[in-house]
Unconditional design. Structure first.
Length: 650
């Protein structure tokens, strides 16, 4: 929704803290969730002391972890700056995220309205959902702080306080930790007026803008669970509009993943408090995902029951939680000193996203949460998905230019990036006779650097090589800094697994697969379509698919929404093929006249010659060394092994 009526709201709430802290040089923000006007929320800022006559006020262009331009300034409307007496000061909008305020020495207050990114259509890039903002009056507010609060140029390091005015029946899930004013959220009493009866103000403080942006919140009717994992208190906050899933169920599901991750990280976690914040949507979706923060992660996922989403939920949670290793603990200067409005990218997405994704799978097989066969399937899927991206440009280059030139290659960080992690892990284990893997390397890097000490982007490969083996330097040179294809055959052979890049075989086929389908959007819903007619197999040819055909039904069964359930749907139809005489599809086809119509396609079911890519199978005769290496890769280290004892956290 989008409205432009201008309304003025007078704050009737007195905030004692605001007057008390007049002397402190901090940003004082107030956002009132009890007053939603035209799907917008009012934000007020008492700025820190300003010494120049003109200042620049920024909303972020980008936030860490998304690797994409967001331009949050697009959702801010009616910025007003006033002096102590309420006289307006000149404000000039410079570009989407930048405003200049003149006569700034007199500046006493900045105010504006914030629209939410989730249901406001504005020109420009789509904001990644878990980094976006949601305003659903009385029900749910997703406060990614980057969408609500800005900063003044040169004063990014100044402390922030923000007050959230809410109705009593809403609860704020966040990873923010206690402030000196009390337990989080510390609440203050409001003036006793009839209007304020059901309102509470939550006060949060952060040391600077980076910490502010690192701290999302979700306000909704309370559905929370708390679990204790090693030394860490873990909060699960959930919003499921149709109550299909609860925080308790989520907690039960991800608890064992977190326990395994704790062991994987040496028995202790580097945070005291952590929050998983879940928003489940019942609307049609094109994409969903999650975003990591130092003390929390934010999830935007389709609303399903816990059984329907279980594995995906665990995969997502494991991935986001492992980000506390990298980039949150191990990161380069580009990330440490993050420039929200003129971002510099690092070369090391292979590590931030790739190693994180690799760990998310490896921990699950090591601790028996998935079987080795399932894990091999996960790796195969990554190899097949990676085939859809370019493989002749160094991964460091793709990383460095991920905002522009190689933006369309970003998704490969979860595929090839994870496979780099795999090859590196096995190489390290091979060189150390199974004693030292990628897990150990990341723990050592965490100890060497840590949250507050960045590495030099140019030097990381040399540092790692010095910490490990010269062969690891060669590995980086060839496969990460260089553009040679990953040594998959050699890597899998080291653990006694036969890798065949491509082989022909005969089997039944649905006529659709990674090679010929793509995703398109119809009425806001993601649908599968035939994207590459030139890559159709004999079954697809027999069905007479045409490029652009949107798949509606298979054998009279409507295709479900793309999401975690989709794979099972396809699998069940593949399994049925041998029992059928005919395979049929209903497709939506656009004719030469531009009109769309439903078309029925049919072909007799028979085995066809197909190409299987990236097949993996256990070798028949393997050496003891191969066996030992496979064990060290797939099985959690035994605690009695001296080399593998949990390390003390630094
Ligand atoms: Zn990630």
């Amino acid at each position: 929704m989008r409205f432009y009526f201008l309304l003025v709201i007078v704050f009737t709430i007195t905030l004692p803290s605001a007057s008390q802290s007049k002397k402190t040089n901090a940003y004082q923000y107030t956002v009132d969730l009890t007053k939603v006007v035209n799907d917008r929320v009012y934000v007020e800022l008492k700025p820190p002391a300003v010494t120049s006559s003109e200042i620049t006020f920024y909303m972020p262009k980008i936030v860490p972890g998304t690797y994409a331009i967001a331009d949050y300034g697009r959702y801010v409307e009616d910025i007003t700056a006033v002096d102590k007496k309420g006289n307006k000061l000149p404000v000039e909008k410079v570009e989407a995220n930048t405003w200049k305020i003149k006569d700034a020495k007199k500046l006493a207050k900045i105010s504006y309205w914030v629209n939410d990114s989730w249901d406001t259509e504005v020109a420009g890039p789509d904001i990644f959902w878990p980094a976006g903002t949601n305003i659903e009056e009385g029900k749910n507010f997703v406060i990614n702080t980057s969408g609500f609060f800005g900063y003044i140029e040169g004063q990014k390091e100044t402390p922030f306080q923000f007050n959230v005015v809410r109705s009593k029946d809403l609860y704020g899930s966040t990873g923010l930790i206690a402030t000196e004013t009390g337990a989080p959220p510390s609440s203050i009493k409001l003036e006793k007026t009839p209007e304020n009866q059901n309102k509470v103000v939550d006060i949060y403080k952060t040391s600077d803008y980076d910490e502010l942006v690192d701290s999302p919140l979700m306000y909704s009717k309370p559905d929370t669970a708390i679990i204790k994992v090693a030394n860490t208190e873990v909060l699960i906050g959930s919003y499921s509009p149709n109550n299909k899933v609860t925080a308790k169920e989520i907690a039960a599901s991800i608890r064992e993943v977190l326990l395994a991750q704790t062991e994987y990280l040496g028995g202790k976690l580097p945070v005291d408090k952590y929050a998983f914040i879940f928003y489940f949507t019942d609307r049609p979706i094109m994409s969903y995902g999650a975003l990591e923060h130092s003390y929390s992660s934010m999830y935007y996922m389709p609303e399903m029951t816990i059984d329907q989403m279980n594995q995906q939920l665990r995969d997502f949670a494991a991935h986001e939680f492992f980000h506390i290793v990298t980039p949150l603990t191990v990161h380069s200067e580009e990330i440490d000193n993050f420039d929200f409005n003129d971002p510099k990218m690092s070369k090391h997405l292979w590590m931030y996203e790739g190693v994180t994704e690799y760990f998310a799978g490896n921990v699950q097989v090591q601790y028996g949460l998935i079987s080795p066969e399932e894990y091999i399937g996960v790796l195969q899927e990554k190899m097949m998905t990676a085939d859809q991206f370019i493989d002749d440009v160094p991964f460091t280059e793709i990383s460095k230019q991920t905002l522009d030139k190689y933006h369309d290659q970003y998704y490969n960080v979860y595929q090839k990036g994870a496979l780099i992690g795999l090859c590196l892990d096995i190489k390290l284990r091979q060189l150390s006779a199974g004693k030292y893997g990628l897990r150990n390397l990341m723990l050592d890097l965490s100890a060497k650097y840590g949250k507050n000490k960045a590495f030099d982007d140019e030097e990381l490969f040399d540092v790692i090589t010095a910490m490990t083996y010269p062969e690891i330097g060669e590995f980086f040179n060839k496969y990460v800094k260089g553009s040679e294809p990953l040594p998959l055959k050699e890597t899998f052979a080291a653990v006694g697994i036969e890798y065949v890049e491509e082989e022909k075989f005969e089997d039944y086929s649905l006529g659709i697969g990674n090679e010929n389908i793509g995703v398109t959007e119809i009425d806001g819903q993601a649908k599968l379509q035939i994207a590459h007619a030139e890559r159709m197999n004999d079954m697809a040819k027999a069905l007479e698919f045409q490029e652009g055909d949107v798949l509606i039904k298979i054998n009279q069964d409507s295709l479900p929404e793309l999401g975690p359930m989709f794979g099972m749907f396809i699998q069940s139809h593949i399994a049925k093929l041998p029992t059928l005489d005919t395979l049929s599809y209903t497709v939506l086809r656009t004719g030469d006249d531009g009109n769309q119509k439903l078309v029925e396609l049919k072909a007799p079911v028979k085995k066809i010659e197909m190409v299987r890519k990236h097949s993996l199978s256990p070798m028949e005769d393997i050496t003891e060394a191969q066996y030992a290496l496979r064990e060290s890769w797939l099985r959690a280290p035994v605690a009695t092994d001296q080399e593998q004892k949990p390390k003390e956290d630094k």
